[in-house]
Design a protein around this ligand. Sequence first.
Ligand code: 3PG
Ligand code: MG
Length: 399
Amino acid sequence: MTIRTLDDLLAEGVSGRRVLVRADLNVPLDKQTGAITDDGRIRAVLPTLGALVQAGAKVVVCSHLGRPKGAPDPQYSLRPVAGRLGELLGAPVHFAEDTVGDSARSTVEALADGQVALLENLRFNKGETSKDDAERGAFADQLAGFGEAYVDDAFGAVHRKHASVYDVPARLPHVAGRLVLREVEVLGRLTGEPERPYVVVLGGSKVSDKLAVIEALLPKVDRLLIGGGMCFTFLKAQGHEVGTSLLEEEMVETCRNLLERSEGKIMLPVDVVAADAFAPDAAHDTVRADGIPSHRLGLDIGPETVAGFAAALSGAKTVFWNGPMGVFEMPAFANGTRGVAEAITKTDAFTVVGGGDSAAAVRALGLDESSFGHISTGGGASLEYLEGKTLPGIAALED
Ligand code: 3PG
Ligand code: MG
């Protein structure tokens, strides 16, 4: 199996040719103002878009944003993204008001060599995410009509069997963009023979979301450090009461089983920051992990846990981190995530941050992005890659 790359396409010459690029421009927006709060995913596709512009292609970019339900929904418009993309490229991006309708057709038609258009949100169309092959295929036919070649640079979406990711490459000559290549190369290092000790840090709210990756990683890692909302289901499995903390009751047995099988590799919090309510100004204290008061909920890992995790990380040679350690959006509950992130940057390991949320946390906490080996743009995608699953968007690029 081989995957052709952007360089292969550039070598053929793209001047004057229409190139359809699937990007993942699914950036977080401020709920009140609609402003882009983290433009990391837009910056991540600049190398691919810049190279195509340089080479004189007519570049047609498409993406999803959020999870609209197959019909236009203004709060999920890509218009603000077109503005930001234009600023970063240093040239205006022509925005189409629809994805495959009149506006898209005329916008694509009017493109001059080296110009960029952005189509409106793919998920404003039922066909994009449809489970029905024919419905997806019909939408893919329309999209494919906008390009003479297809570049996939949407790493964050390669785990989705969606029209723009899976069906369009079957209809056009297709290559992997620079971002997709880099992501696959880095994550491949983790699934191959990672340098040891290999320490994985997992957080985030739900065990059920991470179960498959925990199962897949346990045999491969030397330590697995667990924080975030999901640690409470593990603490419960250890026999502790967790007050009103986030708890997946139906997962307790599974967690108990994982702990038994983990040969001591799993490390859980020994202290947590417990609060009266899920609110930035809620009264809170650091308590022992086995002493969470019944009326309180844990919103962060405590300082002793941070120190323990930092010690486990200090000698690591490979680190993968996915998921915040606490509610980092609230300053009172950000210390765990900050402390663990800082500990990761202090190792001399090859460090990979997986995921939309953890990547956004790095930037929101003002940490230096360059002190990590790689910050993945894919949350679900990087986890599914590490699970060893076949990713539809990658499979579709193989010849
Ligand atoms: C992400 O944010 O994880 C990707 O953009 C994929 O989005 P989705 O989970 O809505 O498919
Ligand atoms: Mg996601």
